[in-house]
Design a protein around this ligand. Structure first.
Ligand code: BJW
Ligand code: ZN
Length: 243
């Protein structure tokens, strides 16, 4: 699955950047966002992952997050997450940029992670912005409320909201400097993350996609590896380490 061309690019690479999306956690049992299987109670992510939806119906949005948190708390990283830990140890400069909020890269042992869309285990108050660690509540009739009386929300990035600026700047910097860039398990439709593989391409990186299906960027990049990240990434890493 690892072409000679990719192997030779990787052997010469000093800086490697990786963008991951929900597909990398699919083999761990975390549902993706798009496609039939990704829909939660037939809601599109755009309908739930926005502030207006939260204010209109916080109970519904919290139900979605509680459902996902329950899954995330029970699952383990898969071979794709672990392959990226090995890559981090191998390369001089390695940057892992993730759209995922599920903590699985950290759980696998990746050290430096740019979390573009926040983290599902953190929360903050919509009024005073105070950070609140993980909260557990099973009865979503009782919504979590801050000391100040404000509603507590998950500390994730919803549609129409800005991404954490420093994390975004670091991600673009790493992308522009990369010799090889991987886009793994993302449909590449949500901006600004979706522009990173194309930014890498424009800056001269060798851009590789790993996905079970072709995406909107497949024809714009250098190499598309069709298949499961948990199967393809370990093959790439072992070929690289054995060579
Ligand atoms: C496998 C696999 C296996 C499966 N192996 N692969 C019009 C045009 C352009 C942009 C916009 C527009 N209108 C609005 C915008 C901006 C908007 C946007 O991009 N919208 C588009 C959808 C049109 N973006 C934003 O609003 C962002 N902010 C922003 O732009 O700020 C500036 C601004 C501010 C104010 C006004 C305007 C601009 C914020 C985006 C936030 C996204 N948030 C979410 C939720 C995060 C919290 C949470 O998790 O709940 O992030 S939405 C959701 O989508 C989540 C994901 O990170 C993100 C991306 O999804 P991802 O990871 O790609 O998952 P899927 O399911 O789409 O794909 C999975 C893939 O895996 C598939 O391809 C499978 O084939 C594959 N796969 N198994 C390998 N085993
Ligand atoms: Zn508050």
């Amino acid at each position: 699955m690892c072409s000679e061309r990719l192997l030779s690019k990787l052997k010469k690479a000093k800086t490697v950047a990786v963008l991951t999306g929900a597909g990398i956690s699919a083999e761990s049992g975390v549902p993706t966002f798009r496609g039939e299987e990704g829909l939660w109670q037939k809601f599109r992510p755009e309908e739930l992952a926005n502030f207006e939806a939260f204010i209109r119906n916080p109970k519904l949005v919290w139900e979605w997050y509680n459902y996902r948190k329950q899954i995330i708390n029970q699952v383990e990283p898969n071979p794709a997450h672990y392959a990226l830990v090995k890559m981090e140890a191998h390369f001089q400069n390695f940057h892992l940029i993730t759209q995922n909020v599920d903590n699985l890269h950290r759980k696998a042992g990746s050290q430096q992670i740019y979390e573009l869309h926040g983290n599902i285990m953190r929360n903050r108050c919509v009024d005073c912005n105070k950070y609140i660690d993980d909260i557990y509540f099973t009865n979503s009739e009782e919504l979590p409320v801050c000391d100040c009386g404000g509603l507590i929300r998950p500390d994730v990035v919803w549609f129409g909201e800005s991404l954490p600026q420093q994390v975004l700047m670091n991600s673009f910097f790493a992308t522009k400097n990369s010799d090889v860039f991987f886009s793994i398990g993302t449909s590449a439709v949500v901006q600004p993350a979706a522009s990173l593989p194309l930014e890498a391409k424009q800056s001269g990186a060798y851009v590789v996609e790993i996905n079970t299906e072709p995406t909107v960027i497949t024809n714009l990049i250098d190499e598309s590896l069709l298949g499961k990240a948990g199967e393809i990434l370990p093959q790439i890493v072992s070929k690289l380490l054995d060579s």
